[in-house]
Ligand binder design. Structure first.
Ligand code: SF4
Length: 83
């Protein structure tokens, strides 16, 4: 299990993550930033979603595509930040 963490306040709305993984990412009609579908929104504006091991590679590709490095993947259990 992994956790996606999205530093949404610093997202520049480039659409790369949503292009790669449209089942996980969508672009907001409100402000043009991306949202993790089904995520929890924290008071700090960051979004979080737990994902299965099977969904790791796709979300890693999204994170690696982000030009401003606001998508992070955490390994649940170890707490290790992988990106
Ligand atoms: S790739 Fe990064 S900057 Fe671009 S929309 Fe996704 S989170 Fe925002």
């Amino acid at each position: 299990m992994y956790k996606i963490r999205h530093d949404r306040p610093n997202c520049i709305g480039c659409n790369a993550c949503a292009n790669i993984a449209p089942n996980f990412w969508t672009m907001s009609a409100m402000d043009g930033k991306s949202d993790i579908i089904g995520s929890q929104l924290g008071e700090d504006g960051w979004e979080e979603l737990d994902i299965s091991d099977a969904d790791f590679d796709l979300n890693l590709a999204s994170a690696e595509s982000c030009p401003v490095n606001v998508i992070h993947l955490i390994q649940i259990g170890t707490g290790k930040q992988l990106i």
